[in-house]
Write a new protein. Structure first.
Lengths: 629, 240
């Protein structure tokens, strides 16, 4: 929510500290300030009001109230402290509530208004928080919503007719063009406000007014509606219509019905002030009332949850700043929350208020006394042994998606069509991973791709941990059933797991690990942990790598490192890897064979480009007196 | 220079981190707990004090199974809190590293499936101060130096009070050093969560926290796109 510094300051007669101090106070005591923006003559805060406090805090008054408590700075006026009792007056405005979703509904008729531009202060206030000024009536209604949190809506009285308003479920397929000039089509779960006489839909209850029934320049009489709606019903309709309005947000968050008279009183006063006119009838229907119940908490509980040591005086002083009625019985305090705060229901709610106002920075840091482990995770224990066994044999661990395009267990709402099912095995993903990795074999400096995964797979009835491992040696795909690297690894795993039967197919083996582990002895300790060396991840190039081999004769005493230094120096920046793949001695000379891999971070390398680099490499070798074979 | 004849395998960075996380928390006696990835709605939401009409239950955030509207892919590791408390009596100290699922658009910092680390400690006298101490202990070990933690007010249905946790690393030469980094949500376990799992909130209280292990990977290793952790690409894994 956008909050204006000047607007807040109206509650403090201009005595607020600097905007920076406000942002700091809110961040550490209330909720996150996403952004502080300086605009001409004002500062605007973009505040993330927490969901559990939104029923009272999505308003300048709410934010001002919290600041008043945090900063111990009294508000010069608080509209919620003055009791407002609506007095019904003639002529009656017909209100029929044919819906369970309306909790309170008030309407007031104002005649003889003059629609026109708003006074400058009102335009400035709305524009500061990013709202367009429309006319004095609409602006007055909006101002009160941003000020107090209570939405309202003005109908042109001639569009309502003399019979008044009918609040009812929408009919399936019924539609309305909203004030935003978009057409909305309803289902029966939606609630609308209609003319009582013609049944014509005038507005989407609690969400958006209708274009046709809105205030125009020629409007002289209005009916101002101030109501309260069921949060869930509003959320569902707003969501389905993709129409989250400032009003719907406040109802969704559960603003209390008792705000209706407060909002009506304020909106009416402002309309009379900026547009003239006089009241000609006020009616109200109340179906739901809320009243916060007293909450009791012992001081010892406050301290034991927060981990701090407050005294009764400390807590009392915080409650004084809130101004909420409270009573002590020895060290136990009972607080009666004000009507707007239905969020204060249990002792922990109160503890949170005390803690955040006092300051969470006062919470000390206490490391719990170490205790011996009471249990060892068996699956993790054996998975770790398997990881060690397999990585020692050259297998790398991969994690793949739990979703497949087609399998046994289907999702109701897949994000993408190729992710509509849960995997029933790891084999399919692993085969694809082998396929994807084999082309990077040279880049990775590997002779073969050997990978494994330990992950959960799903059948209709159950889920279990599975282990799959696979090997691929050739780019042209001809999987070897009896690749010795794979068969040796399986044999080694059988030693760990007991004689489990791996299902081996197309170079991939898989076993139900949960089942295999269930027969193994319970662990009594984890392997000692040695901290790994720090790794800094380097992004890799998306472009293909190109490999070139070079074999050469050198003098007997020339080491491979020396040769590599020369080759790499000549190969330049495009070279990303050099691998020695063959060496032997003959007749007092030594033969080395290297594979050089080239890759660019910016483009696909051409053959000509790489050939030119290799020419330079050959030349450098010749210069050293080596013979390129 | 690598030698082709000696292939070396690599452990996935998420596994590496889980191993380290477990080793650090084991020092304090936190048990490595686990639970199903395909979870009942009652454990994923109801028992965690998430109201029936809460937005997080919507289809746009949660994967539901086609055959049964009461089963979801768990959206967090928190259901294991409830499961563990049901089958154990306090004192309880557990961590739950595990895979979770969210039905949302993916980008460099969001995946539809990722890893989360849950922590739970329940006893008669567990306070927010123990949460702070535990997290400072963990981060200091994990990042290899002095790390401070601070709390800001926040809200999650399963805790009260709820806090947002920031950390600040003080390690010379570490690129994370010297600034506050938002790292996770936490709080004191909501009494409804304790009660529903069979733990008397009149006797016991505790803290819970939840953070993204992927996010730790971003911070610890400088991984710039978490999606690369889940596509089986050895150009990533073999750097670890």
């Amino acid at each position: 929510m956008n909050v204006s510094y000047n607007w807040l300051n109206k509650y403090f007669d201009g005595t607020l500290p600097s905007p920076e101090a406000i942002a700091e106070a809110l961040t550490f005591h209330s909720w996150e300030v996403e952004e502080v923006r300086d605009i001409e003559g004002d500062t605007v805060f973009d505040i993330n009001i927490l969901p559990d406090k939104s029923m009272w805090a999505l308003s300048h008054r709410g934010v001002a109230k919290d600041l008043s408590v945090i900063l111990d700075l009294p508000m010069v006026n608080d509209p919620l402290l003055e009791p407002v009792i609506l007095t019904e007056s003639e002529p009656e405005i017909g209100i029929v509530l044919d819906t369970p979703h309306c909790r309170r509904f008030a309407a007031v008729r104002v005649t003889g208004i003059k629609v026109g531009p708003s006074p400058k202060w009102l335009q400035d206030a709305l524009e500061a928080i990013g709202q367009r000024s429309i006319n004095n009536i609409v602006d007055a209604s909006n101002y009160v919503m941003y000020d107090l949190g209570q939405p309202s809506h003005a109908f042109d009285a001639k569009r309502v007719g003399d019979a008044g308003l009918l609040v009812r479920a929408a009919k399936a397929g019924e539609s309305l063009v909203g004030l935003d000039e978009q057409e909305y089509t309803f289902e029966t779960a939606d609630t609308v406000i209609a003319r009582a006489d013609t049944d014509e839909v005038l507005s989407i209850a609690g969400i958006k007014g209708g274009l046709h029934s809105g205030v125009e320049d020629s409007t002289t009489d209005i009916i101002l509606e101030v109501a309260n709606w069921d949060p869930v019903a509003i959320r569902k309709t707003a969501q389905r219509l993709k129409l989250r309005s400032d009003a719907s947000r406040r109802y969704e968050n559960g603003i209390v019905p008792e705000m209706v008279p407060v909002g009506l009183h304020a909106a009416l006063a402002l309309i009379l002030e900026v547009a003239g006119g006089e009241v000609a009838g006020l009616s109200e229907v109340v179906t739901t009332t809320t009243s916060p119940r007293p909450v009791t908490v012992p001081l010892s509980k406050v301290n034991s949850v927060l981990g701090i040591s407050l005294t009764t005086d400390d807590v009392d002083s915080i409650l004084q700043r809130f101004g909420y009625a409270h009573e002590w019985a020895e060290d136990v305090v009972t607080v009666t929350p004000p009507f707007e705060r239905s969020d204060l229901a249990i002792p922990e709610d109160l503890i949170e208020e005390i803690g955040r106002v006092h300051g969470l920075s006062h919470v000390p840091s206490i490391v719990p006394e170490p205790v011996p482990l009471t249990e060892f995770n068996k699956q993790f224990f054996y998975a770790e042994i398997i990881r060690k066994e397999l990585t020692e044999r050259g297998f790398s661990e991969v994690f793949t998606s739990s979703f497949r395009s087609k399998d046994v267990v289907q999702l109701a709402n897949a994000f993408a069509s190729d992710k509509g099912y849960l995997r029933s095995n790891l084999r399919s993903n692993l085969t694809e991973a082998l396929e994807r990795n084999i082309s990077h074999r040279d880049l990775l400096g590997l002779q073969r791709i050997a990978i494994f995964e330990i992950g959960t797979v799903f059948s209709k009835e159950e889920e279990h941990l599975s282990l799959a491992l696979g090997v691929r040696t050739n780019v042209t795909y001809k999987p070897k059933q009896d690749d010795p690297v794979l068969t040796d690894a399986i044999a080694a795993l059988s030693d760990v797991l007991g004689n489990e039967t791996f299902e081996v197919k197309d170079g991939v083996a898989e076993v139900n690990l949960t089942e295999a582990i269930s027969d193994l002895p319970e662990p009594t300790a984890y392997a000692p942990y040695e901290k790994d060396a720090d790794v800094s991840y380097r992004p890799f190039s998306p472009y293909p790598a190109v490999a070139r081999d070079i074999a050469l004769w050198v003098h007997e005493g020339t080491g491979a490192d020396e040769v590599v230094t020369v080759l790499n120096g000549a190969a330049g920046d495009l070279r990303v890897r050099t691998t020695l793949f063959d060496e032997f001695e003959k007749d007092g000379r030594k033969s080395y064979a290297f594979r050089l891999v080239f890759q660019s971070g910016e483009r696909t390398l051409t053959d000509d480009e790489v050939n030119a680099v290799m020419e330079a490499v050959y030349a450098a070798a010749l210069e050293c007196g080596w013979e390129v074979r | 220079m690598a030698d082709m004849k000696t292939p070396e395998g690599h452990t996935h960075p998420i596994s590496r981190m889980i191993t380290e996380i477990n080793a650090i928390f084991a020092e304090l006696g936190f048990v490595f707990a686990e639970g199903p990835e395909r979870e009942l709605v009652s454990y994923n939401f109801d028992m965690l004090n998430v109201p029936k009409d809460h937005p997080s239950r919507d289809m746009q955030d949660t994967f539901y199974l086609a055959d049964d509207p009461e089963i979801v892919m768990r959206t967090h590791t928190s259901p294991v809190q409830a499961r563990y408390m049901e089958s154990h009596t306090p004192p309880i100290r557990v961590i739950v590293p595990g895979k979770v699922f969210r039905n949302e658009a993916t980008d460099a910092t969001h995946e539809a499936q990722f890893y989360q680390l849950e922590g739970l400690m329940v006893d008669k006298d567990v306070t927010l101060a123990h949460l702070k101490g535990t997290l400072e202990f963990f981060f200091s070990r994990f990042f290899g130096g002095d790390v401070d933690v601070r709390f800001r007010p926040s809200f999650f249905p399963f805790v009260e009070p709820g806090v947002e946790v920031d950390m600040k690393v003080h390690i010379p030469g570490n690129k994370l050093s010297g600034r506050w980094i938002e790292i996770m949500g936490a709080g004191m376990v909501h009494p409804n969560v304790l009660r529903d799992a069979g733990v008397d909130p009149g006797v016991y209280q505790g803290f819970a926290f939840g953070m993204g292990i992927d996010r730790l990977a971003v911070l610890k290793y400088g991984i710039d796109d978490i999606r690369i952790l889940y596509n089986g690409d050895l150009r990533v894994v073999n750097q670890f």
